[in-house]
Design a protein around this ligand. Structure first.
Ligand SMILES: [Zn+2]
Length: 346
């Protein structure tokens, strides 16, 4: 007989490699999920149902109607409520599994907060949409020796890779330099199909379950690539890269420039959004009520306790209490900065 709090996982425990011991380990497991968009929706849903004891969800964004095509945790009510994704995700996950701890954090993951975000974390999961954050995750993973699982999708293609520090190749073994801004395809240019998200995130979730259940020997040691439209599947063996890890500045040089804040910007064009994010590390907290009064002269303002929105000209500003802003209506950084300076001020 198992204890009553494990009854709901009985089918999972019956799977021999997990068993009751693996389930108990998962219940004690703590995951940092960076990004609660498309991949993050599937990851959070799967791991909450599987009984991972603590999910720390970090996302910088709020919901829009065009997210619902692939971000399966959310519905039209969440969009209408104008909620940040991390909050909407936590609300939903608590209804799915009230026995686990859900810790939503509305923030942009950067070098200043990644140390705090990874405190007491066993596995880091990549639900982001950009290489800048992934290289930061790779740095913090290697420096703190926390495994992480990379995932990325574009069009009908997706890739995933599991990184265990000291044991497997890392992201920089595979991609020595981050792609320059503007040189990679985005969801804006290439589009994205829902099914590839489910494939990649499901593999990531299973890798996390193996790690959390104490079955590290079962993890994938390949870069797995799936193309669902033309029906291609590839497994790229990473062992030769691992053998060459002596030349990797992260694996053997312990150089972590993204973690040190020497690489990476504080502004970003958001994938698939015709929007720009501006952030101001160390910014004084913004009084949203005072800002609401000021901006109501300028355009249409709505707000809740998590954010304020201003529609003016062709722009939709979304402003968070830490001063961070997402400016919709442009994908030009300079134009967004100038619009922010004009209406909000910095
Ligand atoms: Zn490496």
């Amino acid at each position: 007989m198992t204890s009553p709090d494990l009854d709901r996982y009985v089918r999972q425990m019956r799977y021999a490699p997990i068993g009751e011991e693996g389930q108990r380990r998962m219940a004690a497991g703590r995951v940092l999920l960076c990004g609660c968009g498309a991949l993050g929706s599937v990851l959070a849903n799967t791991l909450a149902r599987a009984g991972v004891g603590h999910l720390r969800l970090v996302d910088r964004d709020f919901l829009e109607l065009n997210n619902l095509q692939r971000q399966v945790l959310y519905d039209e009510d969440d969009v209408a409520a104008g909620l940040p994704k991390a909050i909407a995700a936590a609300n939903r996950l608590r209804r799915i599994n009230s026995q686990i701890e859900i810790e939503p954090i509305v923030a942009d993951v950067d070098h200043a907060n990644i140390g705090r975000l990874t405190d007491e974390i066993d596995v880091i999961l990549d639900g982001t949409d950009n290489f800048e954050t992934r290289f930061l995750l790779n740095d913090v993973s290697l420096s703190r020796r926390i495994p992480w699982v990379f995932g990325g999708c574009i069009g009908a293609e997706g890739q995933t890779m599991t990184i265990v520090p000291g044991e497997t190749a890392c992201l920089r073994c595979l991609i020595p330099e981050a792609p320059a801004p503007g040189t990679t395809e985005t969801c804006d240019t290439a589009g994205i199909l829902g099914p590839i998200i489910n494939v990649i995130a499901s593999i990531q979730a299973c890798e996390a379950i193996k790690l959390l259940a104490g079955r590290r020997e079962a993890i994938s040691r390949s870069l797995q690539v799936f193309e669902l439209w033309d029906n291609h599947v590839r497994q790229v063996n990473l062992e030769p890269l691992r053998a060459a890890a002596a030349s990797c500045p992260a694996c053997s040089g312990a150089e972590y420039p993204w973690l040190a804040g020497e690489r990476g910007s504080h502004s970003a064009v958001l994938c698939g959004r015709n929007a720009v994010q501006l952030s101001f590390p160390g910014h004084e907290p913004v009084d949203l009520d005072a800002l609401r009064r000021k901006l109501s002269m300028v355009g249409t303002v709505t707000s809740n306790r998590y954010l304020l929105r201003l529609a003016v000209e062709k722009y939709l500003f979304t402003i968070f209490p830490d001063g961070r802003a997402i400016i919709g209506g442009t994908d030009d950084l300079a134009e967004a900065k100038s619009a922010y300076a004009r209406y909000v001020g910095n």
